[in-house]
Design a protein around this ligand. Structure first.
Ligand code: H2B
Length: 98
């Protein structure tokens, strides 16, 4: 069973991420990405999707043209776990091109 992060571990995890914040309306973390066009946004989403399958951990997301809003939470523990931090780190790496 996946463990929900403690408040301290969650805060520590967020400091390792770039621009992610606690969702205002639920127990999750979120970030908004802006790309120059739909093609770039979709390429980003494709890379995230492949990694999500590999990790068996999937984003909730919303896309309009170059905007991609991503929310991460772990359904299995109804909150934020290490899996969300891991996927968020991967996503940050792709979005910055590192
Ligand atoms: N994704 C997310 N975000 N949270 C989960 O708890 C989760 C998932 N669980 N992807 C996985 C799939 C689970 O449903 C399967 C059965 O392993």
């Amino acid at each position: 069973m996946v463990q929900k992060l403690s408040a301290d571990d969650r805060a520590a995890g967020l400091t390792q991420l770039n621009g992610w914040r606690d969702a205002s309306d639920r127990d999750a973390i979120e970030k908004s990405f802006q790309f120059p066009d739909f093609n770039t946004a979709w390429g980003f989403m494709t890379q995230v999707a492949l990694q999500a399958e590999k990790l068996d951990h999937h984003p909730e997301w919303f896309n309009v043209y170059g905007t991609v809003n991503i929310t991460l939470s772990t359904h299995d523990c109804s909150g934020v776990s290490e899996r969300d931090i891991r996927l968020a780190k991967f996503i940050d790496g792709i979005a910055t091109g590192t």
